[in-house]
Write a protein that binds this ligand. Structure first.
Ligand SMILES: Nc1ncnc2c1ncn2[C@@H]1O[C@H](COP(=O)(O)OP(=O)(O)OP(=O)(O)O)[C@@H](O)[C@H]1O
Length: 907
């Protein structure tokens, strides 16, 4: 007897408790069988051992190996395992085994079951690695055992394959509980705890989610990641490289397959690895074998990384890391063989009318004829579904002359280039087709083609910021029937809406976008429907109606659900604008979740598009006071902006976040540098949110640099335009910036006026985030407003809530940055826990100011300069201050100020 075979496994380092599985073990209705089936390394053994121990239940543990197919050995170990767990529970059976033995396993089990008490405390009989059993006699024995086990015993089978023990019947009878790979996979929350326990560095939630996504929660891969990444950079690189594969994982899979595969099975695996998903038909067609079902069953029996797609049991896919490994092996085959496989796959998908899959394989096979055929037939549908990446791959594989010959292909090509901001290319594609088709098409067809081309040109003009030209071109497109791409008119209507929006005609723009939505719905053009809804939401935000925008977004989410559009890239836009509202309402967890969702959607599109999601994550990190994380995101954003060409809307948004970060860490150098590369602004034309935002960024930069005289005219100019066009959210943000500016100018009156106005606007916008960005100074101005009774009702309530939140907000900078303003001093004096001396020997206004400046770290000369008084005067005040408060040193003064301020501003 090998003792280790009947001992519970030793827990690994960094063991993660998996409480969610307690329910399965604690079922009130006893079930005979708990079947845990998943590929290797999913944590079957560890999870069960951990949970049973955590529940302090008894477990008879039997770890099988291939030799246990011997019936006598199986019987002996089984009885020993039970005895080890509950000594004496089957003594007579053991005695019989030792003396005479049993002539059949049936007799052995009968003896054993007869000896077990009828009632007792719960007991788990765990058979680990049950997939190693191939002896039918033992399977029969397990069936028998299951039929006659006393109710307190649960048989737990840990296995990589489904055992032939009548599981279908047990499932139907409700006598079995199952856990599979999907259940065992670590969630992002679990992975976060696991990594926190195991790593010595911090990993962002985004990186963790990406890692979990790439390995689909497979714990062995997460473990490999933890043990082979000594720094967070290595961690991210490792995750990034997973798509190409990792040698460690390849070795792991090599070992796994080496012993268990026949040459036919190996060939079968390699050939089917090109498929993203498969059923019996697909494997049959791709492997060119007539019995697909038998092939599929033999594949499933191998217990490899084959994941069922749904509960139908018909469709499957390989785990992505396993697929990468198999494709790596396949790449050693000849190029022709691989191309041939893809051609077969493309044909098979066409037969199943799965055109996207057919197109994908045709592209890999480089089969231009097949691609053209699919595009002419299905290109419109791909387009209305927003499948731009796929369209691009298809079109990239076609010769320029093929594209120029077909107006529809040219239109698709141009729209794809436009969606990637390659505006020069758009014009080149359109011009090439015009030159080529001038003679070939009828006058009528030519007119139609030109008008449809105008729709694309209108969108390009829009993106270049030329809204007048965009309007003219969109009008042209709307005047004619669309024949090549039926959604051309929808696109034109949408451009009109956008043009009106950026020109500041919010009401008209909204109407246009509502019409666009209706047109798009009539065409089943999902991409356009979602775009129109997102634009309506943006317009509502500009109007200051954030709740309305939120409701519109809900309609868009509903649409996504109705049509199951979870993979559309445009969904990122929806999540992004939801994240922005969540941040503004200070619902930081939601804001973060939405941004992470955006990243998940964009994974297939490339990093260039992550900027907006990173902006949201940076904002959240800053609001939570997580400085190093904010720094990371700001750095990432800067890097991306440096390599790409982005629309002003994105740039301005990114710059606001960068400036807020630099202001928080007092990095004036970066602000200075930003001013040298910042996009130009004109206040008079700031008729939309991004031009307002860009110009406000200039003002913010000047405020950071204490160049208030430059900031003020910008903000005042912006207010005039925002008033005229009803840009309520911008008005709100401009008032906040103005309050900050006037506070720095020591113009309390104006600062209070602007903050009061901002509070009033916040009644409709619900803004919180924009206020909190002011930092601790917000508390001072709000207190002044409250003390002087300048606000009441809703605004008063909002102010109190904001003070609460601002107090809780963790500030990056080490020093406490609110000043000892009158309102604050009053507050301090009124507090019961104020030091006695403050009350008995009150300070003058000047002395308070000086105390505040000493605390801010200024020297006497700097204080004199700031207060515009002589150095000797400062010294006199300091002497008097020290005397009153019984202080002898500067450090004591700083300590006193810190103590007083901390009472007011929180941590
Ligand atoms: N909850 C957990 N906490 C920490 N590590 C875990 C946890 N679960 C699994 N692991 C680690 O993951 C690896 C695989 O786990 P385990 O051996 O339990 O998987 P398995 O599904 O039983 O695999 P096999 O089919 O190969 O027996 C082990 O190294 C284990 O230490």
């Amino acid at each position: 007897m090998i003792g280790a075979k009947i001992s519970p496994p030793t827990p690994p380092t960094g063991l993660l408790a998996r409480e969610k599985f307690s329910d399965q073990l604690h079922e009130t209705e006893p079930v005979g069988l708990l079947l845990v089936h998943a590929p290797s390394g999913y944590g079957k053994t560890t999870t069960m051992a951990e949970r049973i121990a955590a529940l302090q239940a008894d477990a008879a543990w039997y770890r099988l190996d291939a030799q246990d197919n011997n019936v006598a050995q199986f019987a002996a170990y089984l009885a020993q395992a039970l005895d080890r767990c509950r000594p004496g529970i089957c003594q007579s059976t053991l005695d019989a085994l030792a003396s005479t033995g049993f002539d059949s396993i049936q007799n052995f089990l009968t003896e054993l079951l007869a000896e077990l008490p009828l009632d007792s405390a719960p007991l788990y009989l765990v058979l680990d690695d049950y997939h190693l059993i191939s002896n039918q006699e033992i399977h029969q024995a397990v069936r028998f055992l299951l039929r006659h086990l006393p109710p307190y015993v649960t048989l737990v089978l840990l296995t990589r394959t489904l055992p032939p023990i009548g599981t279908a019947q047990l499932r139907m009878q409700g006598r079995m509980l199952e856990l599979n790979a999907r259940d065992l996979a670590f969630s992002a929350d679990e992975a976060q705890i696991y990594f926190e326990q195991r790593l010595r560095y911090e990993v962002s939630r985004e990186s963790i989610e990406r890692a979990v996504r790439r390995v689909e929660g497979w714990v062995s891969a997460l473990q490999l990641l933890a043990s082979s990444a000594p720094t967070s950079i290595d961690f991210n690189n490792f995750v990034e490289q997973l798509q190409e594969g990792s040698q460690h994982l390849f070795d792991y899979f090599d070992e796994l397959l080496r012993s268990s595969l026949t040459p036919e099975q190996r060939t079968f695996l390699l050939r089917t690895s090109i498929l993203d998903r498969f059923n019996a038909f697909m494997v049959m067609r791709v492997t060119d074998d007539s019995d697909g079902q038998a092939l599929l069953s033999s594949l499933l029996n191998l217990g490899l990384f084959v994941i069922p797609l749904d509960s139908s049991g018909l469709w499957f896919r390989y785990h992505p890391l396993f697929a990468t490994y198999l494709r790596h092996l396949l790449s050693c085959s000849t190029h022709e063989q691989v191309l041939h496989l893809h051609q077969r796959a493309s044909d098979a998908w066409l037969e199943l009318e799965q055109y996207e899959d057919a197109a994908r394989h045709a592209v890999i096979a480089g089969d231009a004829g097949r691609i053209t055929h699919i595009l002419l037939d299905q290109g419109r549908a791909f387009f209305t579904q927003g499948q731009f990446t796929m369209l691009q791959r298809c079109l990239d594989a076609l010769d320029r002359s093929i594209v120029a010959n077909e107006p529809i292909l040219t239109l698709l090509r141009a729209w794809v280039a436009q969606s990637q901001y390659k505006f020069d290319e758009v014009e080149a594609w359109l011009a090439a087709a015009e030159a080529k088709l001038e003679e070939n098409l009828s006058a009528d067809d030519l007119r139609t083609m030109h008008s449809e081309f105008s729709a694309v040109r209108a969108q390009v003009a829009m993106n270049y910021g030329d809204s007048s030209r965009a309007l003219a071109l969109a009008n042209e497109a709307l005047d004619h029937e669309a024949r090549y791409l039926p959604t051309s008119k929808v696109a034109a209507a949408s451009v009109m809406g956008e043009a009106l929006f950026v020109q500041g005609h919010l009401k008209d723009a909204l109407v246009r976008m509502q019409e666009t939505e209706q047109m798009a719905r009539a065409h089943g053009a999902h991409q356009n429907v979602l775009w129109a809804l997102c634009q309506q939401s943006e317009i509502s935000v500009a109007q200051g109606f954030l709740q309305k925008a939120y409701n519109i977004q809900d309609r868009a989410f509903q649409y996504v659900e109705d049509y199951q559009l979870y993979q559309l890239p445009i969904l990122e836009f929806l999540h992004r604008i939801r994240s922005q509202i969540m941040w503004e309402w200070h619902l930081l967890d939601n804001a973060e979740t939405c941004a992470l969702k955006g990243i998940e959607i964009l994974e297939a599109q490339g990093e260039r598009w992550y900027v907006q999601s990173y902006i949201s994550l940076a904002k959240v990190a800053q609001s939570r006071g997580r400085q190093s994380l904010s720094a990371d995101y700001v750095q990432k954003i800067q890097k991306m902006l440096a390599c790409g060409d982005y629309h002003l809307d994105w740039l301005a948004n990114a710059h606001t976040t960068m400036l807020a970060y630099w202001e928080a860490v007092r990095d004036t150098e970066s602000v200075q540098r930003w001013l040298t590369i910042a996009p130009a602004y004109t206040v008079e034309t700031a008729t939309n949110h991004f031009q307002q935002c860009n110009a406000r960024n200039w003002a913010r930069a000047y405020i950071s640099l204490r160049q208030l005289e430059k900031a003020q005219p910008i903000l005042e100019g912006l207010q005039t335009v925002a008033e005229r066009f009803g840009l309520q959210t911008d008005l709100n943000r401009n008032h906040i910036a103005l309050a900050q500016l006037h506070w720095q100018k020591e113009d309390r009156e104006q600062a209070q006026y602007h903050l009061a106005r901002a509070l009033r606007l916040a009644s409709t916008t619900g803004a919180v985030g924009s206020f909190l960005r002011m930092g601790k100074v917000l508390i001072v101005i709000l207190k002044a407003l409250i003390n002087e009774q300048r606000i009441e009702g809703m605004e008063l309530q909002r102010a109190e809530r904001l003070i609460q939140l601002a107090k809780q907000q963790r500030d990056f900078s080490k020093s406490i940055r609110i000043t000892l303003d009158e309102a604050i001093i009053q507050d301090i004096i009124n507090r019961p826990d104020v030091p006695e001396l403050i009350r008995t020997s009150p300070l003058t206004r000047r002395e308070w100011q000086i105390l505040s400046l000493i605390h801010a770290g200024l020297s006497n000369d700097q204080i004199a300069e700031q207060l515009k008084v002589a150095g000797t005067t400062v010294k006199t005040h300091i002497r008097s201050l020290y005397q009153k408060q019984n202080i002898t040193k500067r450090s004591e003064a700083i300590e006193l100020a810190r103590d007083l301020l901390s009472k007011i501003q929180g941590e």
